[in-house]
Design a binder for this molecule. Sequence first.
Ligand code: ATP
Ligand code: MG
Length: 203
Amino acid sequence: MRKQLRLGIMGGTFDPIHYGHLVAAEEALVQFNLDRVVFMPTGEPVRKTHRLVTPAEHRYLMTVIATASNPDFEVSRLEIDRPGVTYTVDTMLELRTIHGSETELFFITGADAILDILTWKDSQRLADTCTLIAATRPGYDLSRLSQRPESAEFKIELMEVPALAISSTDIRTRIVAKRPVRYLLPEAVATYIRKNRLYEGAA
Ligand code: ATP
Ligand code: MG
């Protein structure tokens, strides 16, 4: 019998991708014995309407650059190539179709994003398709998760990651303010940002 594929999915805006994302993905790979992690840049984000999100092609390329040296990481165009609004549950079902119905899916997310996910459209359908791996962020109180009366029955695994206070928002703010971003994200991504003059206008 063919071994069941264990696939990690790291979804995000990746505007830009940074070491927080990469460390969380690597940690999930090892802790949960995943075969590989698929980075899934979002298409037109549903929830980030308060600011302009960088065009998907830039975000996709930065993600490719950041993950290129890791043989267990890959980047998918599924969401950026899908027209219209995208829902994670549709992506999960599509991944099952691509990789086989026996594939086990693990959706990796920051613990802070979990509470949000519980309110998503069709959250029970999402819960049926995958296990959530919640990476803890610095200062996040894990007990908040267990206290929450969940709307959908999610399988949630908690994962400690090294204290990384890195966020894309902070990186964008730093670039506008001409403060350093070195060591927060891969050097090649920082070079790509400079070359394409991303984030210089507004964070
Ligand atoms: P923004 O500041 O624009 O919200 P972000 O840094 O949160 O950006 P996203 O692309 O929104 O990055 O996040 C993608 C996923 O990675 C989310 O599940 C988020 O919780 C998680 N994540 C982001 N930063 C970290 C970090 N430093 N450590 C662990 N997980 C993280
Ligand atoms: Mg975020």
